[in-house]
Design a protein around this ligand. Structure first.
Ligand code: GRF
Length: 215
């Protein structure tokens, strides 16, 4: 049963914000028993900030150039985030690498959506890499954020077939709605289960379990 208290969410996004929009719509419709506290971005012109503003959700651009170091930026960002006492911090197209120190401190409550079937294709250009490898399917993963890039325990994945004639753009377009559904489902699990990670594994109620798989 969902807990009575709404899950407190913060989203980090650098770009378009379609995953953010999916979370907002699920929150509005009541599908997610959650409230979106704020959206943070490292890019002034992020579409995600416009989406937040249009919905009267707090949006905050923090300019990386205003800081002497990566760590100084990260400390400023997470000082603001911590002040909001979120249950879950969701990286949804956040294109900045966070320092290990900050990630380690947040790791049980920070997740990321990545457009590949991890552990395949961490990093960039995932659609093209899946095509170049001749894969028959592609997908997206939601995982806990740990200091190593795109390497944290996977919570859930969604798969789509790769069609003959697909290119990176068609694949990305077809995957996107599946990503949105995946992210909403994963965030919902934080209400329903005691989800965490330890020893590199997904834990549910303290027990290791494989990632959920969707199609
Ligand atoms: C998504 O493909 C997500 O998996 C990746 O960056 C993209 C963000 O898209 N991490 P959007 O900004 O949510 O539309």
């Amino acid at each position: 049963m969902a807990s009575a208290r709404r899950l407190r969410l913060v989203v980090l996004a650098s770009g378009r914000g379609s995953n953010l929009a999916a979370l907002m719509s699920a929150t509005r419709s009541g599908r997610l028993h959650a409230e979106l506290l704020a959206v943070f971005s490292d890019r002034a012109n992020a579409g995600a900030l416009e989406i937040a503003a249009a919905a009267a959700v707090a949006g905050r651009w923090i300019n990386p150039k205003a800081f002497d170091s990566r760590l100084a930026f990260d400390h400023a960002l997470f000082a603001e985030i911590d002040a909001l006492t979120p249950d879950l911090i969701i990286c949804a197209g956040f294109m900045r690498i966070l320092s290990a120190e900050v990630v380690a401190a947040q790791s049980q409550r920070m997740i990321n959506i990545h457009p590949s079937l991890l552990p395949k294709y961490p990093g960039l250009h995932t659609h093209q890499r899946a095509l170049d490898a001749g894969d028959s399917e592609h997908g997206a993963s939601v995982h806990f954020v740990i200091p190593a890039l795109d390497a944290g325990p996977v919570i859930a994945q969604t798969r789509i077939p790769i069609h003959h004639g697909d290119d990176a753009a068609t694949l990305a377009t077809r995957l996107l709605p599946a990503e949105h559904e995946l992210l909403v489902r994963c965030v919902g699990k934080f209400n329903q289960h005691r989800i965490g990670h330890g020893h590199g594994q997904l834990l549910v109620d303290g027990q290791a379990r494989p990632a959920w798989q969707y199609r």
